[in-house]
Ligand binder design. Structure first.
Ligand SMILES: [Zn+2]
Ligand SMILES: [Zn+2]
Length: 346
């Protein structure tokens, strides 16, 4: 039975949250209503909590990595019915704009979003139902399946930088959820060694557990001479930046070898300037990649990676908390004491 009212986490202003009773939406044409069983925290949630979301004015029900049970479907929905366990990507491309027609759906001008999973029910828009709603196999938990959303962006980015067998890889900002996915994908691609640089001992220990060969806590030690030693003074073949600071962007370029590749993955606010040694980049033939979001194709690849068990996503879920403790959960993310928290409504 679907209830009329549900609890939902509403962001009212920067760092101001209230759990409110709101109406449970009913699915329109093509839409699907899901009872949320697990919604997991993400760095984007922390950003939204701190600064709000430019596209969604308050009160904004946020949360976007989730899985649950279908409880109702709108007219015209095919392939999905009540009782199915599902997860979904947070966005879907339109398929028709300039970018979509060029296979760059991640840059789509009309992306549809699905926020609102920090609530008891989540209504999935028709476009996402059509393209990016996935039926969860029995062996996966709800929280594990929900990792599909962050993995979409990682799959997209990993495909650009394309780690080759035998390459040495540095991951900066290591221990954060996305870095842990990059580390596992680099391992799968056959990287010869992975150096994880981060700030939290707790998170770095998980990086090590998931495949990093060497972990460096750059809060306590100077990473540069250690890396120079590990890369014979040349720098690494590939440097993946997941820290999201201009310092980390610059550091990434300083640690790559001639002919190497850098991936700037952690987005920075508009107007941020980054300093580069032009000679190093030019004469060293360094390739600089940027990646943002992912396409429907990336989403399907990501779900396949999780369902086939090629990636350990369970280890990323370090805590479980009720909906009422959402703020404590976000604080744990901020302090680095959690990788991801599964929020379990009721
Ligand atoms: Zn996310
Ligand atoms: Zn489009």
């Amino acid at each position: 039975m679907v209830r009329d009212k549900m609890k939902a986490v509403c962001l009212l202003a920067e760092q101001e949250i209230e759990i409110r009773e709101v109406n449970v939406p009913s699915p329109g044409t093509g839409e699907v209503l899901v009872k949320v069983r697990a919604a997991i925290t993400c760095g984007t949630d922390v950003k939204i909590y701190r600064r709000g979301h430019p596209k969604f004015p308050p009160p904004f029900v946020f949360g976007h990595e989730f899985a649950g049970d279908i409880v109702a479907v709108g007219d015209g929905v095919k392939g999905f019915e009540p009782g199915m366990r599902v997860t979904a990507n947070v966005f879907a491309e339109c398929g028709e704009c300039f970018y979509c027609q060029r296979g760059q759906g991640n840059l789509c001008e009309n992306l549809d979003y699905n926020f609102g999973s920090y609530a008891e029910y989540n209504l999935i828009p028709a476009s996402i139902v059509k393209k990016n709603l996935f039926i969860i196999p029995d062996h996966l938990s709800y929280a594990e399946a929900a990792i599909v959303e962050p993995l979409v962006c990682v799959v997209h980015a990993a495909n650009l930088v394309s780690v080759q067998p035998g390459e040495q890889v540095i991951v900066i900002g290591a221990g954060g959820p996305l870095s842990l996915l990059f580390i596992q994908l680099a391992r799968l691609a056959g990287a010869s060694s992975i150096i994880a640089v981060g700030h939290s001992d707790f998170r770095l220990s998980i990086a090590q557990q998931l495949g990093a060969d060497i972990i460096i806590n750059s809060k306590n030690v100077d990473a540069e001479p250690l890396i120079a030693n590990l890369t014979k003074g040349r720098g690494a073949d590939v440097v993946i930046e997941c820290a999201g600071s201009s310092d980390a962007w610059e550091f990434a370029v300083s640690q790559v070898r001639k002919g190497g590749r850098v991936l700037w993955f952690g987005g920075l606010p508009g107007g941020t300037e980054v300093r580069l040694d032009a000679a190093k980049v030019h004469y060293g033939e360094i390739t600089l990649y940027n990646a943002h979001g992912g396409t429907t194709e990336d989403a399907h690849k990501a779900f396949e990676l999780i369902s086939s068990g090629q990636l350990d996503v369970r280890t990323l879920i370090t805590h479980e908390m009720p909906l009422e403790e959402i703020e404590q959960a976000l604080q744990k993310m901020i302090s680095g004491d959690a990788v991801k928290v599964a929020i379990i409504p009721e």
